[in-house]
Design a binder for this molecule. Structure first.
Ligand code: ZN
Length: 181
């Protein structure tokens, strides 16, 4: 069984008005993400939305020192971006669609994702979303350490940092054994 993870594709990370945006690079993968979500959902495969979630000025969160406030729960910035948000709202009640809050770069850290996947017999993960070299990277490393097989659709990941994006794609392939499609 396989599943599609769409990581952190929020207004704050993608929209021109987002607090910490990837800008055009992030916006360029919107239609590919919607196509992939449709493909997986139509085939009965899980579409999973691990979503960076913060509380304003949380003194215990390491990102508070690193970045301006972003992805604050129950704000516009925390909502999914564009047509993917429309897709999510249409299908969010489906048993094979799952969104959860995460509070670290890795989608596995402090979450029930591993249990969710194992209980459904899912062994193959397709990772997409933003940023290639931050949250997608940390999720890929955690998945590798848990023995998941990885596929990275390269037109469905993006970063504000093109050099970091390219480096991460090489790392997925050469060090994590991912298939790049
Ligand atoms: Zn964050």
């Amino acid at each position: 069984m396989k599943a599609l993870l769409i990581i952190d594709y929020t207004n704050d990370f993608v929209d021109d008005k987002g607090a910490l945006t990837c800008g055009k690079a992030g916006q360029a993968i919107e239609s590919t993400l919607v196509d992939l979500a449709n493909e997986f959902h139509t085939n009965g495969d899980c579409v999973i939305f691990p979503t960076d979630t913060h509380h304003l000025n949380d003194p215990y969160h390491p990102e508070t020192k690193l970045f301006p406030p972003h992805n604050i729960a129950d704000t516009w910035g925390h909502e999914l971006y564009g047509n993917l948000n429309t897709w999510f709202k249409a299908y969010q009640d489906s048993p094979s669609v799952y969104q959860f809050a995460k509070n670290r770069y890795s989608s596995f850290q402090n979450t029930n994702l591993d249990n969710y996947l194992r209980s459904r017999g899912i062994t193959d993960l397709w990772l997409s979303g933003v940023c290639t070299d931050i949250c997608v990277l940390h999720t890929a490393i955690a998945a590798y350490n848990l023995n998941y097989s990885l596929t990275i659709p390269k037109d469905a990941v993006a970063s504000f940092d093109q050099a970091g994006h390219e480096w991460a794609l090489n790392h997925f392939k050469n060090c994590l054994g991912a298939t790049i499609v």
